[in-house]
Write a protein of this length. Sequence first.
Length: 222
Amino acid sequence: MSDPYTDFPLWMDHPSFQAAVISDAWAPPPGYPAGMPWSPPVGYEPPKGKPAVWPPVQVNNPDQEEYQASRGYMRRKVSRKQAQEVRDLAIIPQGHEHQEWPRIVNGKLEQDPRLPPPEKGEYPKYVRADGIEKLVKSRAEEQAFLEAHKPEPPLKSEAELEFLAAIAEAEGQQPVVEDEDELEALRKRAEALGIEVDGRWKEHRLRVEIEGAEHAARNQSR
């Protein structure tokens, strides 16, 4: 009957084991005083490298142990204390139940998707959107705040608009003609905000200037 303190997997050693030899000119030769600096002299040839002979093997069941024993391998001797430490680390405690969640996946902590999202410890916290900071106390309040202050998509630049107009013209489409009434309304809106309007500005430039002035006014009122 095998010793219960040396259950598989276990290591086996061979009595004819020979360690590998590494060919390294900067490694001190055998017998060189330990701690003394070593520099290979001119013409020094390091020992030729060779692989290990009968290296230790690990077996995982009685069949593998029997096979290695037929080749001359023997169980590695360990103290009872060492075997007891291995046994205590390797055997799952009685009554243990595996917990799949939470777990780390690709460096990110994942919670059990069947449970409601944990809020304890995360809230209250400060969130910031569109230059406004607010203290929220729940995930629902956070989502509502972010949705209300969702940034508008950026306007296309004049160069982009000209490029799109050129593509449309090349494809035979009618170019977009700006509405003079709408341009006049934008000019008046910009002047009301204190913007010095240039008569050459098109719809895009007017909207950019108005948006910037309104954003500055909102920040000043906070």
